[in-house]
Design a protein. Structure first.
Length: 208
């Protein structure tokens, strides 16, 4: 199955309807990842076909959790997951990609320009030093344990903001260390098409 077919099948299984232009941008993003990977070490994956399931479809499982959001920050964005695939599917959503690794933010800047993503800003630096921005949703994919994620990013949430943390196996131990000031809204098991691995979404918000 070629990349285009694999992407179309995956989108169908996720119940996502994307325009041809959006699908082409997702495929172009995969090509950019592959092209720059040897220079910037963006992902351990080398094969484009695997990137479709492990990076693109996996990232797009975030979409149902940010339906009402207008602003989002992807912390520890790395090669741009889940921020860039989300930005392609939601051009109305203002997204900040944050990473402390300047090599990676150099790639992110390049990708944003080449993909023409007007709704994306790239920020380079440590998350605890980001004080000029507040967003509706803070997300990350395998960035840190939940307690650390909360501690490092709580200043980024606006008044009604929440966290959407993308996790692998059910994070039993991490959930036990979530501070009392934070409510765990839900932990949902996610099925990623063509990905034989456990995935969970943890949605949390500060208690009022």
């Amino acid at each position: 199955m070629d990349n285009k077919q694999k992407l179309q099948d995956g989108l169908q299984k996720l119940g996502l309807e994307l325009s041809t232009a959006q699908q082409l941008l997702l495929l172009e993003y995969v090509s950019l990842l592959k092209k720059w990977n040897s220079t910037y070490n963006l992902t351990a994956l080398r094969d484009e076909n695997t990137m479709i399931s492990h990076h693109i479809l996996d990232s797009l499982t975030l979409l149902p959790y940010v339906k009402e959001a207008k602003t989002l920050m992807d912390v520890g964005s790395g090669g741009g997951m889940p921020g860039i695939p989300t930005a392609i599917c939601r051009p109305d959503l203002q997204i900040t990609l944050l990473d402390s690794n300047t090599k990676k933010t150099t790639f992110l800047q390049q990708a944003v320009i080449e993909l023409g993503l007007n709704n994306v800003t790239v920020a380079s630096g440590r998350v605890e030093a980001m004080y000029d921005k507040k967003v509706d949703v803070v997300t990350s994919r395998a960035f840190a344990e939940l307690a650390d994620f909360i501690a490092l990013t709580k200043h980024l949430l606006n008044e009604n903001g929440y966290w959407a943390a993308m996790k692998g196996v059910y994070p039993y131990e991490e959930l036990e260390h979530v501070p009392d000031s934070v409510e765990v809204v839900k932990v949902e098991k996610i099925e990623v098409p063509m990905l034989d691995a456990e995935r969970h979404m943890v949605v949390m918000k500060p208690k009022k």
